[in-house]
Design a protein around this ligand. Structure first.
Ligand SMILES: *Cc1c(COP(=O)(O)O)cnc(C)c1O
Length: 307
């Protein structure tokens, strides 16, 4: 198996003070367009769609979704059609994320919140597959069993790259965390940072995605105190801290996913969460396409964040 993304060691005065080694697994570098963990999660989904001779893939997402953006490009690359059910109004088709997706051939259907809530409802899914029999349906965020197989490769790559104690990552729908848990077999501490407010729902998602696993996995945890106010919410101060860190390390973390993991990591470090001489790997899940959308919505300053 080929190693798809490098690991880079990073330096910071706090790391020296606490005597810990910090590396970043650079899944943001896997592909210039297809966002890191979405590339991992789509790999076997698209392979399956092609093998089963579907003509396209249908999935669900918000108007700035990294998953939808990645799906559009990946389908184009794999000679598959793509169809997205988007939460929100028609005018979103002009935003930076969807205008690109549409330029790659994606078809977008806009639905209200109530309809969007049905995205995991079996009757609704049956209706969609009757309406679009040639489309393989992938859940929001791409998180299904095919996704776990793709994400597992992160662990196999890291096994070849370095020895480490803890792997940290942002958690949105928990597909990525579940894939890591599946492949790790209780060898490392896997620490997820919830990027949205939740109350046990993500843990349930993990348990559901791993329900058919023969072995029990208890080497993981989801931290719930670092969502910064909710999904895609962050303070000016958070942004400054992420941006400062980006300048220091030369790696760009964005404030919706990887940046929240980073701030959580720094907070844990200051709390003495890690032991001396431990090695921590931060999984950079990508998501940089989202920065343009945040600038467009005036949530980030163009001068500081243009990439
Ligand atoms: C989707 C996404 C995540 C969350 O991954 P899940 O598998 O949904 O938990 C994390 N980081 C980035 C950049 C993403 O786009």
């Amino acid at each position: 198996m080929k190693v798809l993304s490098p690991v880079t060691q990073i330096d910071h005065p706090l790391f020296q003070k606490h005597q810990i080694n910090v590396w970043v697994k650079r899944d943001d570098l896997i592909h210039p367009v297809i966002s890191g963990n979405k590339w991992r999660k789509l790999k076997f989904n698209l392979m399956h769609a092609n093998q089963q001779e579907y003509q396209g893939v249908l999935s669900f997402g918000g108007a700035y979704s990294n998953h939808i953006h990645a799906l559009a490009y990946a389908c184009k690359n794999n000679n598959l059609k793509s169809l997205a059910i988007i939460r929100g109004e028609e005018h979103y088709r002009n935003n930076s994320t969807l205008s690109q997706a549409i330029s790659w051939g994606m078809n977008c259907h806009f639905v209200d919140r109530k309809t969007y809530k049905l995205r995991n409802n079996q009757n609704y899914l049956n209706e969609l597959s009757q309406q679009y029999p040639d489309y393989f349906i992938v859940p929001e965020g791409g998180s299904n069993q095919h996704a776990l197989a793709g994400v597992s490769e992160v662990i196999y790559e890291l096994d070849k790259q370095l020895s480490y104690d803890c792997l940290m990552l942002p958690v949105g729908s928990a597909g990525t965390l579940s894939g890591l848990i599946k492949a790790d077999h209780n060898r490392h501490h896997l620490l997820g940072v919830a990027v949205l407010k939740q109350d046990g729902y993500l843990e349930q998602e993990v348990n559901q995605l791993l329900a058919s696993e023969p072995n029990k996995h208890d080497n993981w945890k989801i931290l719930n105190n670092f969502h910064g106010g909710g999904y895609a919410k962050f303070s000016h101060d958070d942004c400054l801290r992420i941006s400062e860190f980006n300048q220091l390390t030369g790696i760009t973390f964005e404030p919706i996913y990887s940046g929240k993991m980073l701030l959580a990591f720094l907070a844990l470090l200051e709390q003495g969460y890690f032991q001396k001489n431990q090695t921590v790997v931060l999984l950079h899940t990508g998501g940089l396409q989202g920065i343009n959308g945040l600038i467009e919505q005036n949530k980030l300053s163009a001068e500081m964040w243009s990439i």
